[in-house]
Design a protein around this ligand. Structure first.
Ligand code: BJW
Ligand code: ZN
Length: 253
């Protein structure tokens, strides 16, 4: 075991309150593509083309085609050792808050897998960018479970709200849209109270989520980053561990 991992283990063991911020990288080893970098989801599309309300208004069929593909992909993926290690941490460490930018639901599935006799909700994350397996009506806001068999072949076959007939959309947060104030507020509260923030698999460029570790630092807490690449957070982190979440998190936790 490297010295850096040993130092990180000591920080985790000594922490009273832990907040964990995860990003797409934690699901990479489950087979879910990341957004940025080699093989990222944005490779053939710019984010503004697909993950904005303007893109949806312009071409809902294209946006739905992308989300239907991703919904099917995620449904066939399973939580990996990184998700399981974090769920285990949430059950065993007195005060741990998981915050995820991911919409893939894999932290929930890890919590259900690890829970045993415990209430799985103890290890459910705050999902600051929503959930891909849920729909929301773009007219009345009604939420409903998303279907796996969305027919995005034509604009006419796209899913509609059973209440008002409005166009359904994935219940996720696009660029330029506000995050749920309760969810992001609870995330910042946890970051402020934490003496340790563990940041896993995020490029740390999308705000306001990227500010979560900054809040812990400003409150005098420590930050451990787990990522095979350096990010804008690396220089400010107390410790930065280079490697994959699936390998490092079980060793760390
Ligand atoms: C591994 C690994 C392995 C690989 N193990 N690691 C302040 C400053 C500048 C701009 C702004 C600001 N505040 C707000 C903004 C605007 C904007 C923003 O942040 N823009 C920046 C990009 C410049 N933010 C917003 O618009 C947000 N809304 C908002 O602020 O509302 C108020 C407002 C309204 C109007 C105007 C202004 C303000 C909303 C952001 C919504 C983001 N939505 C998305 C899509 C969600 C739905 C979907 O999934 O389709 O969320 S974009 C996408 O990026 C997704 C992700 O959650 C998010 C973050 O990406 P993440 O998770 O970091 O993934 P990657 O791919 O970037 O990185 C993966 C990492 O993993 C890499 O580092 C790898 O090295 C690593 N890795 N394998 C561990 N095995
Ligand atoms: Zn509706």
């Amino acid at each position: 075991m490297t010295t850096e991992v040993e130092r990180a283990r000591r920080l985790v063991a000594g922490a009273e309150r832990i907040v964990v911020l995860t990003g797409a990288g934690i699901s990479a080893e489950s087979g879910v593509p990341t957004f940025r970098g080699a093989g990222g989801l944005w490779k053939s599309y710019r984010p503004e083309e697909l993950a904005t309300p303007e893109a949806f208004a312009r071409d809902p069929r294209l946006v739905w085609e992308w989300y239907a593909w991703r919904r099917g992909l995620v449904a066939n993926c399973a939580p990996n050792a990184g998700h399981l290690a974090l769920a285990h941490l949430a059950f065993t460490h007195g005060s741990t808050t998981l915050v995820t930018q991911n919409v893939d639901g894999l932290h929930h599935r890890a919590a259900e897998e690890v829970a045993g006799e415990e209430d799985p909700r103890k290890a459910f994350p705050l999902e600051v960018h929503g959930a891909i397996h849920r729909d929301r009506c773009s007219r009345c806001g009604r939420r409903s479970p998303g279907r796996l068999d969305v027919d995005a072949s034509t604009a006419e076959t796209l899913p509609r709200c059973v209440e008002c007939g409005g166009m359904l959309r994935p219940d996720v947060v696009w660029f330029g849209e506000s995050l749920d104030p309760e969810v992001i507020g609870a995330s910042f509260d946890a970051a402020r109270a934490a003496d340790l923030c563990l940041v896993v698999g995020t490029s740390a460029v999308v705000h306001p989520a990227a500010s979560v570790p900054e809040v812990t630092l400003q409150s005098g807490g420590a930050v451990i980053e787990v990522n095979p690449e350096s990010t804008p957070l690396t220089e400010r982190a107390t410790l930065s561990l280079r490697g994959s979440a699936g390998e490092l998190l079980p060793a760390l936790l």
